[in-house]
Design a protein around this ligand. Sequence first.
Ligand SMILES: CC(C)(COP(=O)(O)OP(=O)(O)OC[C@H]1O[C@@H](n2cnc3c(N)ncnc32)[C@H](O)[C@@H]1OP(=O)(O)O)[C@@H](O)C(=O)NCCC(=O)NCCS
Length: 384
Amino acid sequence: MSASDQENVRFSKGLEGIVAAESSVGYVDGLAGKLVYRGYDVNTLVENCDYEEVSYLLLNGELPNREQYKDYSSSLRKKRQLDNDTLNLIRDLKDTHPMSALRTVISFIGARDNRSIEPDLETQKSISIDLIAKIPSVVAAINRAHNSKEFISPDDDLPFSSNFFYQALGRRPDKDEAKMIDEALILHADHGMNASTFTSMVVISTLSDMYSAVTAAISSLKGPLHGGANERALALIQRVGKPENAEKVISNMIASKEKIMGFGHRVYKVYDPRAKILKKFVETVTKKNGQENLFLTAEKIENIMAQTLGSKGIFPNVDFYSGLLYYSVGFDPSIFTPIFAVGRISGWTARSLEYLSDNKIFRPRGMYVGNRGPKEFIPIDDRQ
Ligand SMILES: CC(C)(COP(=O)(O)OP(=O)(O)OC[C@H]1O[C@@H](n2cnc3c(N)ncnc32)[C@H](O)[C@@H]1OP(=O)(O)O)[C@@H](O)C(=O)NCCC(=O)NCCS
């Protein structure tokens, strides 16, 4: 790009405020604190639907009728089981961080599916449904291997979220837990052009394939500024330990300009609606499991953050309470971000398919700020 070209472009660090694609999958209203999937407020969806319905909605644009729901649900159930090669790989990766294991396993499954080279929409949609069905089993198996436990086969009588809970923890959820895990997965299913979703769209835009798009999305989700924040948010709550310690720890962190994980958002400048819903569950579940102290500590951290940074639009995001919620029912912190992926798989695939249906390869420009030269060339033996 020449210097004169550069005068006509707008640069925005981190693409902040840049519109990179049109979508009718969902939107986030960061000022009103609203999250919408295909026109439905997410609060309405968590109250009335299960994850399978929401996944169908994201993928197809409309909620399923009874028959479509039955077909979609049964096709997901049929594809849940992992083959022995995949389970052996998961066993081999038992000491790897679960997000790295997840990335590798999805790539492995994709490498053995010859359909992936066909870039047409129908094939990629069929792969998407396979991935939606399999990713909970992969994450559950990674959790089992990571904790040196035997794998558990899927239970065909259990719906998507409860089956994931069962395969991961080795016990069937009670009614509250089943509702909690289902709502948590719905709340993570889609969230605008976040980093991992954008990553998956960039990959699919080259006419690569859905396995590659999802593998890349997992790599993007892994970072602590994105999906990795939930693990660190819980670590902070545990480190603070009790409400009385919160003031000192948080003030020191703010004074030294440390980021408090689980707070702040590029789009939300008010309370994240997902955090509001999850907080309600955390209170109930921690009370039931004798871990109320952790909830009270988290709430105290939230209050201090609201007093000090609320005026800057920094409030709890989805990651602040999700980690605590998963922990209180028995999930290991290292599996929190993979659980995020179990929910987000529907958004990744829905948006990638939508983009593929009217594709244009992503190819932004960079702003060259280096030396424009020409510099004098010095032979290697003469260089200092
Ligand atoms: C999510 C996040 C990456 C958004 O980043 P962003 O839009 O680029 O905003 P910035 O990081 O530039 O933050 C803007 C200002 O708010 C402050 N801020 C943002 N999040 C903060 C946090 N969690 N704790 C303390 N200060 C924070 C920044 O220090 C910065 O202050 P400054 O203007 O004095 O320099 C950021 O809020 C963050 O790092 N949060 C913690 C990680 C997290 O929870 N991620 C999960 C997101 S769902």
